[in-house]
Design a protein around this ligand. Structure first.
Ligand code: CDP
Length: 132
């Protein structure tokens, strides 16, 4: 039996905007934009992993709110799940894995070059932001 590992990413909302993060590594992904997140560790739930990853990578405290329906394939053996999250505390800084961050208004989410696999969730996140 093969176990599929989950990568969880956050559509972090604050003041009507969505947080986008530009990857600095690995070389094949550097320069592309993503919803920040990472792999679940053994025993972790997706929301727990998301809280940890956002703390480690961006130095923020965030609260997962809702899962965005869907699951997107990554490299073999990995799938991406996305949750919306609310910024609770801190100003995001690119501490690990990223070299630039941007808060995008919903009408501006198309301005950055998102990783393909993130695009459906980004579109849904922008629609939720527009709906208020
Ligand atoms: O930090 P950790 O090693 O746990 O995970 P990561 O390197 O940030 O992400 C693991 C894999 O998921 C990488 O191949 C990323 O490209 C992919 N990923 C993605 O496609 N979209 C995201 N929003 C986050 C990660």
């Amino acid at each position: 039996m093969t176990t599929v590992r989950v990568v969880v990413a956050g559509a972090v909302f604050h003041e009507g905007r969505l947080l986008a993060a530009r990857r600095s590594a690995p070389p094949e992904l550097a320069g592309r934009w993503e919803l920040p997140g990472g792999k679940l560790e053994p025993g972790e739930s997706a929301p727990e992993a998301l809280v940890r990853e956002l703390r480690e990578e961006l130095g923020i405290e965030a609260e997962p709110v809702d899962r965005i329906a869907g699951e997107w394939p990554l490299k073999p053996g990995y799938v991406l799940q996305v949750w919306t999250a609310r910024l609770l505390e801190g100003e995001p800084r690119p501490l690990e894995d990223h070299d630039e961050l941007r808060w995008l208004a919903p009408e501006n989410v198309g301005e950055v070059d998102w990783l393909e696999q993130d695009r459906p969730a980004v579109a849904e996140a922008a629609a939720r932001l527009r709906a208020g």
